[in-house]
Design a binder for this molecule. Structure first.
Ligand SMILES: *Cc1c(COP(=O)(O)O)cnc(C)c1O
Length: 375
């Protein structure tokens, strides 16, 4: 039997990695045999499976989380001259999606305990040009802005959630994505569920769903199946090449079939870290609200982070930094404003190896190496 998840070295030498459950190989082979690699039935089955899991009427699958964010902002009519509030503490993809629309990013602080933006942070950052807010569900934790939903709606400010970390997490009475907001997911290689590469967006209305379905296929009105039977096609608006290939959708479907296993495993792993870290002084664990979340990473704040990072790397432990703040990046320098809380977090943040090939033994090894590095 072929080893599905071969480890090169020790499991904790990688900060994150995908996990295969076994159905992926046959599912991909079936698509390869079909000769239909573009958007197709398998993609639509994947959309249905995601919608069912989230408990929402519809989901639009796209090529990546970044494309989902870009198209979500575009269907929310964000464009040149508009200002979009975004936490600086996020992956650069969130900010590039704003830039792709021609809009301006206005960087906001986050709570130092959760690394998620709060209603307070948004209100402190708002200007008369603000047209959208993109909360990032850091580590898998729902970002609760319900205290300002009404205020934002009154001012015509859209919420586009970056839930790249939070697939399967709970919010209110349902899953993240089911609260009536435009919510974007990533199914990239190291996310909770992977398609290899992929993403999805939860539209707010059938009209919005239709617009995104058109936009992801270069603005063409006909589906690929309709085009195959027609002598022409109509291009009806702005579009990008961002459909989800059937090859990627097949991987995602096989992964989703194992969702309960991954949900339990990722919660268990995070709790193992939580209990192992209680005895380590000088380390602050970033809380993900594990009872409600499917964690996607284990982040801590430590003094002298760069030294600790290199000490762990030297022991073969795949420490990471999620993330260097975006307002300090050259590409986004024009939107720089001082953000003292985020700057401090940016110097302290460290992510520990977190993926499904790890177990209690690996967590203990990582935590004792961390203890050693802190001494
Ligand atoms: C991964 C990620 C994205 C982008 O998703 P891709 O599928 O890699 O394009 C956006 N935001 C955050 C917070 C992410 O972690």
């Amino acid at each position: 039997m072929r080893d599905l998840n071969p480890v090169n070295g020790l499991p904790f030498s990688q900060n994150a990695r995908p996990f295969l459950y076994g159905g992926e190989l046959d599912a991909v082979a079936a698509v390869l045999d079909s000769g239909q690699y573009g958007h197709g039935e398998v993609t639509e089955h994947f959309e249905r499976a995601v919608a069912d899991l989230l408990g929402v009427p519809d989901v639009v699958a796209v090529a990546s989380g970044t494309a989902a964010l870009h198209m979500a902002l575009a269907v929310a009519n964000i464009g040149p001259g508009d200002e979009v509030i975004v936490p600086s503490m996020t992956f650069c993809a969130t900010v590039q999606a704003i830039r792709a629309c021609g809009a301006r990013a206005r960087f906001a602080e986050v709570s130092p305990d959760t690394l998620c933006i709060t209603g307070r942070d948004v209100m402190d950052t708002l200007t008369p040009s603000t047209r959208a807010v993109v909360p990032v569900l850091y580590g898998g934790r729902a970002a609760d802005l319900s205290d300002i939903h009404e205020t934002l709606a009154d001012r015509g400010i859209a919420i586009v959630e970056d839930a790249a970390h939070a697939f399967g997490s709970r919010y209110g009475g349902g899953r993240v994505g089911a609260a009536g907001l435009l919510t974007c997911f990533s199914f990239g290689p190291i996310k909770n569920v992977t398609c290899g590469q992929g993403g999805a967006l939860v539209p707010r209305t059938p009209e919005e769903a239709m617009r995104v379905r058109r936009m992801r296929l270069l603005g063409m009105a006909e589906s690929p199946a309709e085009r195959a039977r027609s002598a022409s096609y109509r291009v009806e608006g702005f579009g990008v090449r961002a459909h989800l290939s059937q090859i990627n959708a097949a991987i995602g479907l096989a992964q989703l079939a194992n969702f309960p296993v991954l949900e339990a495993k990722r919660k268990q792993l995070w709790r193992q870290y939580e209990s192992a870290l209680t005895s380590v002084s000088g380390v602050r664990l970033v809380d993900v609200d594990v009872d409600r979340s499917v964690p996607s990473l284990c982040a801590v704040r430590v003094p002298d982070r760069d030294r600790v990072f290199h000490a762990l790397q030297a022991c073969g432990i795949g420490a990471g930094v999620h993330y260097p703040p975006n307002h300090l990046q050259p590409a986004f320098a024009r939107w720089h404003r001082p953000l003292p809380v985020t700057e401090r977090i940016g110097e302290e943040i460290l992510t520990l190896p977190f993926h499904q090939l790890m177990g209690a033994d690996e967590v203990r090894t990582v935590v004792s190496a961390l203890e050693g590095a802190l001494r």
